[in-house]
Design a protein around this ligand. Structure first.
Ligand code: MSP
Length: 503
């Protein structure tokens, strides 16, 4: 199939100052799920992620560890690459802010905007949060985001003149209904950031050697956020996408970094005569026992630690099933184990084993041909209607970024497939009505094929295991043919007892 349209999906670039965070895994998984779904719809999809390698945090952590900043980065970069592999993250472009192309683009952009007067020199006097790498204009003593202490700064600096573009931005936000997802975030941006007390953005730091120096002033380096946001256009695919209206751009971020992406980033793009993304999707926070994770509280969950004990697909599925997409939610090992037991072992695993067993018991492991049987039970008719409806609703949920509702639909389909077996009781009717049992098996194998197709966006590894066992890998399932019941006839199913072993 020739791709009808191109999509460019970005994740934020990740700080490499510290251990990995389950939040990193979350942001990446969301991008990956959306990418897999869009590919299944025939789009040509490019994904970009990367590492945010400058800033004061990197210097501070490396000093504490007795390492050079570059050593710390190379070490943490390896852990990050390992995470991408374990997560089964789709093929992607990886941007490092220390790369030559990024450095050159950032310097060039700074100089261009300086020449045009959109960047201008002025002293900065105020607070700075090192943890969030954020200038804090409000008169407060601790950071409202991470609750950490603020550093008082008074230094020569350069500012990006953003405020004169606020009315342009406000108009744009007012007009567009789905530029920012979720919609409530738009209100928040208006009320908290685009109201009074607006100031231009300071975009340099003094005596902070770990950054990109500005030309003609070796004391000043470019503010890490200005540097970081430009990552989206420092790769060839980023440049191309932000210069071409025909490419759909979806930017995934966590809500903690919404201000940078919903205010400064659109203005920077506007200043550079580039187009805006189609969507900025801001997800919620992963909490630990209801509390935001932070280094100071010592409650940060490292995804690599969880991935040593649990399959990556379990983690991926948990994040969508048990945490309402775009809202905050908790994760811990107990909940993860319970979810595995309930959904994968008791519900999905049970369905797969039952259908496998029946196929072997009643038809030598072969899926019967639909032409030989007819559907003569209202339960089966209902089930086929349910399959059709589920496929439609699932697509709508995915298009609307309702990823948890989409996952719940898979869970409901599994539950209803199990119920169908209990309603028809094949073991009671097999001797009198093999025809009905065969039709039931055709319906159930198709149900499993559809469940597996929908699950493949969330849990690609589990989905391949199911495909192998049911021989779905021999036939292609896509949006056009997934409801065609005759597709599975003649498939020989591998005999198995359990596909999901206890952990
Ligand atoms: N480097 C910046 C982003 C620059 S993008 C131009 C940054 N890095 S980060 O490593 O701190 O965060 C990366 C991603 O992880 C962000 O999307 C952030 O929202 C996400 N998470 C970090 N902690 C999180 C949770 N506790 N929960 C969910 N995601 C959060 O910010």
């Amino acid at each position: 199939m020739t791709p009808s349209k191109e999509i460019f999906i970005t994740t934020p670039i990740f700080y490499l100052n510290d251990n990995l965070h389950i939040g990193h895994f979350y942001t990446l998984t969301i991008a990956d799920v959306i990418a897999r779904y869009k590919k299944s719809r025939g789009y040509s999809v490019s994904i970009q992620t990367g590492s945010d390698e400058h800033g004061e945090k990197i210097i501070k952590t490396s000093r504490k560890k007795g390492m050079r900043p570059s050593e710390l980065i190379e070490k943490n970069l390896l852990a990050f690459q390992e995470l991408l592999k374990k997560l089964n993250f789709s093929e992607h472009v990886f941007v490092r802010t220390s790369s030559k192309q990024h450095l050159e683009l950032t310097k060039k952009t700074f100089e261009e905007l300086l020449k045009r007067g959109d960047i201008y020199p002025k002293e900065y006097s105020g607070n700075y949060c090192i943890v969030c790498e954020e200038y804090v204009e409000k008169k407060i003593t601790s950071c409202s985001n991470c609750k950490g202490n603020l550093a008082l700064l008074k230094e020569p600096a350069y500012f990006l003149g953003v405020t004169k573009y606020y009315s342009w931005l406000k108009e744009l936000l007012k007009k567009s209904n789905d530029f920012i997802i979720p919609k409530e975030l738009k209100k928040n941006i208006f009320n908290n950031f685009l109201s009074e007390d607006i100031r231009d953005l300071c975009i340099t730091r003094r005596n902070l050697s770990w950054g990109i120096p500005i030309t003609n002033n070796s004391e000043l380096t470019i503010y890490v956020w200005f540097d970081a946001l430009l990552n989206y256009i420092s790769s060839p695919i980023g440049q191309r996408s932000f210069s071409d209206d025909k490419i759909e751009i979806i930017q995934i971020i966590g809500k903690d970094i919404a201000r940078f992406h919903c205010i400064y980033w659109p203005i920077i793009l506007h200043l550079l005569n580039l187009r805006l993304p189609n969507r900025i999707v801001a997800h919620g926070w992963i909490l630990n026992e209801g509390i935001k994770m932070s280094k100071s509280l010592g409650n940060v969950i490292n995804p690599l630690f969880l991935l040593e004990r649990y399959p990556s697909d379990l983690l991926r599925s948990y994040l969508f099933s048990q945490i309402t997409f775009l809202k905050d939610g908790s994760i811990n090992e107990k909940k993860l184990g319970e979810f595995y037991q309930t959904f994968f072992i008791n519900n999905l695993g049970n369905l797969l084993s039952r259908v496998n067993k029946m196929l072997w018991l009643y038809n030598e492991g072969i899926v019967p041909s639909i032409a030989s049987y007819s559907e003569d039970s209202p339960f089966l008719k209902e089930y086929i209607d349910l399959l059709r409806l589920s496929v439609e609703e699932f697509s709508q949920f995915m298009e609307d970024y309702q990823l948890t509702l989409a996952f719940h639909l898979i869970e409901t389909l599994v539950a209803n497939s199990n119920k169908l077996i209990s309603k028809i009781t094949p073991w009671k009717i097999i001797s009198d009505n093999k025809s009905l049992v065969c039709y039931l098996l055709i319906c159930l194998v198709n149900g499993i094929r559809i469940i597996n197709f929908l699950l493949s966006f969330f849990s690609p590894n589990f989905s391949s295991t199911i495909s192998e066992s049911f021989s779905f890998s021999e036939i292609e399932t896509n949006w056009n043919n997934c409801l065609k019941l005759s597709n599975v006839e003649g498939l020989v199913i591998k005999r198995f007892k359990l596909l999901f072993e206890p952990l």
